[in-house]
Design a protein around this ligand. Structure first.
Ligand SMILES: [Zn+2]
Length: 139
């Protein structure tokens, strides 16, 4: 399951970038050719960050299509599902992959502390003290 090792690398990179700040969302670009299954990736992420400071960070994947650029005619074309590497415009096999192999941490959303986070520390619900004077009705 290569998603786990990808997530381990990712978690290490995020930790290096953010230190001890609380991370909310991790944005990653994934090229089509990485053969990453988004569901497996998200599952691996929760497994990898469990019991770490990143446990509450959510993984946002953006899948990028694979594209080829042709050295003969200069056309740029998308790799189809059949993964043919010939130019879609002229049929030349002299093409170069220009996108599709990325696995890039593009952004990290960090939680910014707000004044509302300060607890006011008041505690008004103490143990109830009876106001009754305890006097028994005289017989
Ligand atoms: Zn071409």
């Amino acid at each position: 399951m290569h998603e786990v090792s990808l997530c381990r690398q990712l978690a290490a990179a995020v930790t290096r970038a953010t230190g001890d700040r609380e991370v909310e969302v991790v944005h990653v670009d994934v090229g089509q050719l990485r053969q990453v299954v988004p569901e497996a990736m998200r599952f691996a992420w929760t497994f990898v960050v469990k019991d770490t400071p990143l446990a509450r960070a959510r993984l946002e994947l953006r899948l990028l299509p694979a594209t080829l650029s042709c050295r003969d005619c200069g056309a740029s074309s998308r790799l189809g599902p059949e993964l043919g590497f010939d130019c879609r415009a002229c049929g030349s096999a002299d093409t170069a992959l220009t996108s599709g192999e990325q696995f890039v941490l593009t952004a990290v959303d960090v939680r910014t502390p707000t004044p509302a986070d300060d607890r006011d520390g008041r505690c008004e619900t103490g143990p109830g003290k009876g106001d009754r004077d305890g006097a028994l009705p005289s017989a």
